[in-house]
Design a binder for this molecule. Sequence first.
Ligand SMILES: [Zn+2]
Length: 256
Amino acid sequence: MIKIVFGFVFMLLLIGCGNPGVDRSNALVVIDAGHGGHDSGAVCAGKCEKDIVLQIASKVAKIFKNKGYQVYLTRGSDHFLTLGERTRIADRKNADLFISIHANAIADRNRFEAVEGVETYFLQKTRDARSQRIAAKENAAVLQGTDSLSKNVIIDSVLNGPKIIESNKLAIDVQRHIMKSLREEYADTKNGGAKPAPFYVLVGASRPSILVEVGYITNTKERHRLFSSEYQKRIAEGIVKGAGHYLDNRKREMGF
Ligand SMILES: [Zn+2]
């Protein structure tokens, strides 16, 4: 009898937990749809980046919610937010992750059909002079009123601190799962990889933060895919699986 009761309780525990040891209820993810309002982002053949990324961000938020995460969208409609406002939302909510969603474009018309693929970026110092200037300019607003020695210490802690290592890990997990999800239906999707870059929107974020470029709006094939709900759904599922994989690993590493 005792055995049966124990067996029954154990079964209830298994049913109740689903995935034992991984509690997702406390993880809060901020999803940022790039651009909005007067800022259309990249525009090609009458299609706007701000619309695609809002559609994908909404799908990402829905899937995260269904899996038991807390989710917050920086914008749920077509309005503009400054870059600072976007990361401040993540700070105010004390988010575990910040994921900014964008679509890519190139300027050279002759290469529109040659350049395609999905890329995930994390913030990191780079030897490239132009990139260094961009990062320094963005950091300046945060660092006003501090002397130059303190500025260097703060800049170093922002650009070399554990958040960068964590953001790098998050970028790798998200990129891998997006590619897996997309290639089940779109086998020819080009993998642009997880890369470092000094994107403005990632500088102020004091948590693991990435920027996903979901495809090139300037490439005819990819533009059509970007506006199809199947492609959007697969991108969204990949982002959620990648972020979930990262969060589960982090919990394990921290001994939860
Ligand atoms: Zn963009």
